[in-house]
Design a protein around this ligand. Structure first.
Ligand code: F6R
Length: 357
């Protein structure tokens, strides 16, 4: 039930700190150590390459998962859009492990890939919010998101839950492989949960930004580099699916190779700046678009902020910044859709789970 909330989407955005804490609780044992099944551990250890398969928002979580698994567990990862995999099947490694990311566990495009790789004899792990779902039953292993039912068509808490579980999977694999890490995911996720609470308490500020930037615009650009680029893709998807504003997520450095031609007087450009190593270069990209008339909004992170930034998210571990920077993006999309009179929870032409290929 959505209780006092006007929309499920807003309720689900607000639930994200609770979901983080549920994940922490469910993935640790009484000694505060990670608790994953032995068969998942051996599947991860045996894999020489991981193929993440997903669609939409879950695909965007997969992009963050690639970075986490490669950096922490030192296994190469490819991320594939499920609907393309059947035709553009990549050359597979000798010991592939397929990881399906799906909130519903019912996405037909992902299932088609699962059926195909099972025929080929490869192992599969499904990360899902619905343990009894088709993708969960048909895979060898399942990791649960513990996010609670997600009702709004636009996915919010499933995205952050997927990233949190991927971080846990990456660290657990590193532990099993004997890789020493200076990163305790349970502690870091607890810090994230607190940061998320701060952010969900700042709705008025974000609602005002949505008014200033999205009230009448036809289009919008989200830019970022490195980890922020992955979030810019999700930010654009959220905005377009519920507010019908044409939006694109773009790598900051790629703008000048064509897309900057679209910047006109007043075009909203939302820049994410949470990554220290690219902080200078993303800010230069902002200057480039401002010089062409863009209405720029910089969302930065505590410790990297500058005076004119529009919004600053609390500091969290650099590997986990998508978990916090996505919250203002979700809220911007929500308020943009609300102010434009759109049906937030049930956008046109969309269904919650896509069970046709
Ligand atoms: C966007 C959205 C969709 C889903 C996609 C995959 O907000 O919800 O892009 O992420 O249809 O769905 P699942 O995760 O159920 O496989």
């Amino acid at each position: 039930e959505k209780g006092t909330y006007a929309h499920y989407m807003l309720k689900e955005i607000d639930e994200q700190p609770i979901v983080m804490r549920n994940i922490i609780k469910n993935y640790q044992n009484e000694n505060n150590e990670l608790k994953l099944d032995a068969d998942i551990r051996s599947a991860m250890k045996a894999a020489d390459r991981i193929y993440i398969i997903a669609a939409g928002t879950s695909y965007h979580a997969g992009l963050v998962g690639k970075e986490l698994i490669e950096k922490l567990a030192n296994i190469p990862v490819e991320v594939h859009v499920a609907s393309e995999f059947s035709y553009n099947t990549p050359l597979l490694s000798e010991k592939p492990l397929f990881v399906f990311i799906s909130q519903s566990g019912e996405t037909a495009d992902s299932r088609a890939v699962l059926v195909k790789i099972k025929e080929m004899g490869h192992p599969a792990l499904t990360i899902t919010n619905v343990p009894g779902s088709t993708l969960s039953r048909e895979a060898d292993h399942t990791l649960h998101l513990y996010a609670g039912p997600e009702i709004a068509v636009a996915s919010t808490k499933a995205y952050t839950a997927q990233i949190a579980v991927l971080a846990i999977l990456a660290v657990d694999t590193a532990n099993v492989k004997g890789i020493q890490l200076d990163f305790d995911p349970l502690q870091e996720l607890a810090i994230v949960a607190t940061a998320m609470e701060t952010l969900t308490g700042q709705k008025e500020e974000i609602e005002q930004l949505a008014r200033d930037y999205f009230e009448t615009t036809r289009n919008a650009f989200f830019i970022g580099r490195s980890g922020d680029y992955n979030v810019s893709l999700e930010a654009a998807l959220k905005l377009k699916e519920i507010s019908y504003i044409q939006a694109e997520g773009f790598a900051g450095g790629e703008l000048k190779h064509g897309t900057i031609a679209l910047i006109e007087e007043g075009t909203p450009v939302i820049a994410l700046a949470t990554q220290e190593n690219v902080n200078y270069s993303i800010r230069s990209n902002v200057q480039e678009v401002v010089a062409r008339g863009a209405n720029a909004m910089i969302i930065s992170m505590k410790g990297l902020e500058e005076d004119d930034d529009s919004f600053v998210v609390p500091h969290v571990n650099e590997l986990l910044t998508p978990l916090v920077s996505v919250i203002p993006m979700q809220l911007l999309a929500y308020y943009a859709a609300l102010h434009r009179g759109c049906d937030v929870d049930k956008p046109r032409n969309l269904a919650k789970s896509v069970t046709v290929e």
